[in-house]
Each structure stands twice: as C-alpha cells, then as structure tokens.
Design a protein around this ligand. Structure first.
Ligand SMILES: [Zn+2]
Length: 286
C-alpha cells in the first residue's frame, strides 16, 4: 500500500509536464523575439526620447517665458514708449532689452491674423481658430520651432519694471505693496533707462532717459503717490478714429439723399407709366 503510494508520487504528472514545457517554450520565444528587434526597438525609443527631450527643452523655455506677459509688455512698450521714441527719432541700441528683437514671440504675434471676433487665423499655415488662446496653443504645438529661443530674449522678464499687471488685469486688484519687490523693480527699471537711453548719447537720449524714469520708474515705491504711465499714451489711434468718424458722419447724409432721390425717381417713373397706359386704354374704345 505504501509502496504503491510512493510509486504514484514518483510518476511524473503529465499535466504538470505539459505546463512546464509550454512555459519554458514561451520563455524561450519571448527571449528570441526580444533579441534582434529589441535593438531596433531600443534605438527607436531612444530616438523618441531624444525628440521628446528636445521638445521638452523648447517647452521649458516657453514655460520660463510667459507668452501672455510678453504680450502685455510688448503692448505697454508700443503704447507708452514707442510713440515718444519715434517723436525724438531715436534708435534703441542693440543692447537695450526693450528692443523689439528681444521679444521671443514677436514673429509669431506678427503672424496672427484677426479675421473677426470669432476667427483668428495662423499666418504660417492659414488654419482658423475661434479664439486667440487656441491660436496661441497652436503656435506652441505646431510652430514652436520658429521661436527664437535664446537666453535673455524674454520680454516678460521686464514685466516688473513695466507694470504689466496693470495692463493684464481689467479689474485692478488691491494687493499689498511689497517694499522689497518695489526696490527690485525700480532697480530693473533704472537699469533699463541707463542701457536704452544712455545720457551721454546726446540730447534726445537724455530727454528720453528722463521721460522713461517719470513714465515707468517713479511709480515703483509703496507711497502710492506716483502713478505709472504719468506721461500718457499714444494718441495716434484716437486721431485716426476721430477723422474716420467725421468722414462717416459726412458721408451718411449724402448716402440717404441718394437713396431718397433714387426711390423718388422710381415712383415718378411708375406713375408716368400708369398715366400713359390709362390714356391709351381710354383712347381704344373711341
Ligand atoms: Zn499654423
């Protein structure tokens, strides 16, 4: 009885054998299949990883430089500084960080086509978008290679000096003034004035230097007495707007007069025609 028991134990179980064989075969095949193409797969994944790294590097730069804040800074320069520079016929030196070349996003921003309120078009590939933010996303995803990514070319870095928050918030929030930040921003602001409008360059540079301090730098303190942009903004657009309004106001009565005369002409024409037909009808029976 005991003998039979041990014999049964020694006898290999066919089911376990089959399981073992199939498992080892499976292992062998998986190893074989991963031996030669694995190199290819590895190379592919390495290339993909490299590409991803490049993309991440570029996106890292984008993260470091805010498109929105760069846009605000650019708008402030365009409205509160450029008209005064143009008036003085002054050329910003290349080392000046307010120079348009220092705007990383300038080329992309210039390739935005505003069609109407619900349509923005990409100037590179002509694709249309409902909102500007989707076009921004499209630029980030499809045309990031066009960004001139290099160190120190981020206009958003100057936002502290240029008061970008005022431009970006439609409703101004009352935040507590931070004296350390105010000192830092004033320092940046004054360094911009020195590098962009060196006093020794001549009378126009020195006038603009003074102007820049009043327009942007004076307000960097916690007293709240000086307001930024004290010297005003560009007036060119308002003059254009006024002249266009006057032109429209002059043309509108002329247009209505033309429509009135035209309709009166048609009415008189039909009345004449009716009179002619009636007279011919009257003549016919006699
Ligand atoms: Zn595009």
């Amino acid at each position: 009885m005991a003998m039979a028991n041990t014999e049964r134990c020694r006898k290999p179980n066919p089911l376990a054998l089959l399981l073992f064989v199939s498992l080892s075969l499976c292992l062998h095949f998986s190893r074989a299949s991963s031996s030669s193409p694995s190199l290819l797969g590895f190379q592919g994944s390495a290339a993909a990883r490299g590409l991803k790294q490049v993309q991440e590097n570029i996106h890292e730069h984008e993260v470091h430089c805010s498109r929105e804040r760069s846009r605000a800074a650019s708008k402030i320069i365009e409205e509160y500084l450029t008209p005064f520079i143009e008036k003085e016929r002054y050329q910003l030196p290349n080392k000046c960080r307010l120079h348009p070349d220092y705007d990383l996003f300038r080329d992309q921003e210039q390739h935005k086509i505003y069609v109407d309120i619900n349509e923005w078009r990409c100037g590179y590939c002509r694709k249309s978008f409902y909102e500007e933010k989707y076009l921004d996303q499209h630029f980030d995803n499809r045309h990031y290679e066009l960004l001139n990514v290099s160190q120190g070319k981020c206009l958003a870095d100057l936002c502290g000096a240029l008061h970008c928050d005022l431009m970006m918030d439609s409703v101004q929030k009352k935040t507590k003034c931070n004296p350390a930040a105010a000192v830092r921003n004033k320092h940046l602001c004054e360094s911009l004035a020195d590098s962009c409008f060196p006093v020794k360059e001549g009378p126009s540079a020195s006038r603009l230097h003074e102007f820049f301090l009043r327009q942007f730098c004076d307000a960097h303190n916690c007293s709240g007495r000086q307001k930024p942009f004290s010297k005003g903004r560009r007036k060119r657009r308002s003059i254009f707007f006024i002249s266009m309004s006057i032109l429209v106001l002059l043309l509108l009565p002329l247009f209505y007069l033309f429509v009135y005369l035209y309709q009166r002409g048609i009415r008189r024409g039909t009345q004449d025609l009716r009179r002619v037909t009636e007279s011919t009808r009257k003549k016919k029976p006699s």
